[in-house]
Design a protein around this ligand. Structure first.
Ligand code: GDP
Length: 532
């Protein structure tokens, strides 16, 4: 069903870059902005990162947050498309937010360091993409270094990530002898020149990947590449759009982000291959992106610069319709009406006031707690989007107040921080000590700091003995609530309730989990809980 919104939807591409720290995500992000014309000089994204990493003190991070809010979503125009790029923080910033950002995109760009291959953080993030069948483009970076052989890399990606890799380009040489890439689809070679000065469309191009001139010029490196391409052609399947869109095939590109090489191919691939926003699922019905009425979902909440005012920005992915400044919106969970006049968009790292937005766009709504993670916004219809995931924490801490009179404030603070998604809070059945669960170490520091400064609670955060958490349920056919109660009663010393009262099994070792799973075949153990 087409409407006058359809052209706006079709020209949108919303994606995230995923990578292990140091693979070149920041560099590539910046080059994408540069090549699309969103920024004029390189260096601005980097400067932000440098200032963030120069300090381990997260007070400083706090100061930077105003900037990082603005630059965690970037919009750019390229060819006839509007591209929304969402940042997935790495390093010590790694948190549950990182995962949830992936629920707001329609595609992901995976950056791999050609020397290191598939690294742990890439693997983790990719699991989330796979679970959601998110289409993935692969950029193999740093070909100007001594790196792994491309065939070995391709093999590793296929094996480790369980996807079929379809090379769109193939490198000729590497390191000092990196000659460029053979474009297998356009049948041409793009010749590499080092340096950051080159801009879009100024590469030297040689037509025909079997052109004898290439052999003369690049010798052994070219011969090796040509031989590898033969092998790949025989072994790898042809690119299949449906397989790509289902997240089972990934097109692979080689380049060097720092040298502006291969960047334009990535932008073109995003426009040509990545899908525009499509249907989203709500409990009540499915929602088409070009429906007339506005709807959207909060996938991330970030506390703002000024803790005294506790205002927070809710990041909303527009799912359908058109957002216009000053329009009324309903928060479906609470029934509250919202008429934000200061909704912001994120153009090339500055916050700007937003006039209109369409499906796929990300809008930022400042609020004082009216909006929670997972909230659906509509023009009035009772819709609740599904699928905002909570991940079983991998790190645990006990939290107590130094002053017992402040127990209430602690609970209130933790409830709010839990709603914001800053941390997960568990109440064990036995005992009175609350447990905090996170996927990134920094989350604990942030929470302790915010408890003190925003809620006036000095909390003692100490290591807890748990390392594994699983939400537990039981299907009605297997005994339902009764069987679940039997399980909970039999394991009360290791069961806790989370923020929405979902029972959770907490364990010290993964091996225990396997034993318990064996003993309780009717109970289901979940590493992921979906917010509904
Ligand atoms: P991030 O942690 O993934 O955001 O990585 P950065 O973009 O900060 O890059 C990490 C380091 O790798 C920086 O020193 C970059 O200058 C360097 N780098 C990025 N791309 C390339 C490349 O293509 N070749 C080389 N030799 N270094 C690169």
């Amino acid at each position: 069903m087409a409407s006058d919104l359809t052209p706006h939807v079709r020209r949108r591409r919303t994606f995230a870059i995923i990578s292990h720290p140091d693979a070149g995500k920041t560099t590539l992000t910046e080059k994408l902005l540069l090549f699309s014309g969103a920024i004029q000089i390189a260096g601005s994204v980097k400067a932000r990162k440098a200032s963030r990493h120069a300090t381990s003190d997260w007070m400083e991070i706090e100061k930077q947050r105003g900037i990082s809010v603005a630059s965690s979503v970037m919009q750019m125009e390229y060819r006839d498309c509007t591209i929304n790029l969402l940042d997935t923080p790495g390093h010590q910033d790694f948190s549950e937010d990182t995962y949830r950002v992936l629920t707001a995109v329609d595609a992901a760009l995976m950056v791999i360091d050609a020397a290191n291959g598939v690294e742990p953080q890439t693997r983790r993030l990719l699991q989330v993409c796979r679970a959601r069948n998110t289409p993935i483009l692969t950029f193999v970076n740093k070909m100007d270094r001594e790196v792994q052989e491309p065939l070995a890399l391709m093999d590793e990606i296929e094996r480790e990530l369980g996807m079929t890799v379809v090379p769109f380009t193939w490198p000729v040489g590497m390191g000092k002898f990196f000659g460029g890439v053979l474009d297998l689809r356009k049948d041409q070679m793009r010749v590499f020149t080092p340096g950051e000065d080159r801009i879009a469309g100024t590469e030297e191009i040689v037509d025909g990947i079997t052109n004898p001139a290439l052999n003369e010029r690049f010798g052994a490196a070219y011969e090796q590449a040509a031989g590898e391409i033969e092998l790949v052609r025989d072994a790898a399947p042809a690119f299949d759009e449906a397989e790509f869109l289902a997240g089972r095939q990934t097109p692979m590109f080689f380049g060097s982000a720092v040298n502006n090489f291969g960047v334009q191919e990535v932008l073109d691939a995003l426009v040509n291959l990545a899908p525009s926003p499509s249907t989203r699922t709500a409990i009540q019905r499915t929602v088409e992106p070009d429906e007339a009425k506005f709807s959207g979902v909060v996938f991330k909440i970030q506390a703002n610069m000024d803790p005294a005012h506790r205002d927070r920005i809710a990041f909303v992915r527009v799912a359908s319709g058109k957002f216009e400044r000053g329009m009324r919106m309903k928060v479906v969970r609470s029934g509250k009406e919202l008429r934000p006049n200061t909704v912001v968009t994120f153009m090339s790292q500055k916050r700007e006031l937003l006039d209109e937005a369409y499906a796929g766009d990300i809008i930022g709504i400042p609020n004082h707690g009216v909006l929670q993670l997972g909230d659906t916004l509509t023009e009035g219809e009772a819709l609740q989007f599904t699928g905002l995931p909570f991940f079983a924490p991998e790190l645990f801490r006990s939290v107590e107040v130094a002053d017992p009179l402040k127990t209430k404030q602690l609970r209130a603070g933790l409830t709010q921080l839990g709603e914001e998604g800053a941390i997960q809070v568990f109440r064990p059945i036995l005992g009175t000590v609350l447990l905090l669960g996170a996927v990134g170490q920094l989350q604990f520091e942030v929470v302790a700091h915010r408890l003190e400064h925003e809620y006036g609670v000095k909390a003692r955060v100490t290591p807890a003995r748990y390392n594994v958490a699983r939400w537990v349920t039981c299907d009605p056919a297997d005994g339902g609530d009764q069987e679940l109660k039997r399980f909970i009663d039999g394991n009360s010393h290791r069961i806790a309730y989370d923020a929405v009262n979902a029972p959770t099994l907490l364990l010290e070792y993964a091996a225990e989990l396997r034993a318990i799973e064996g003993n309780w075949p009717k109970i289901r153990f979940h590493a992921l809980r979906e917010h509904a």
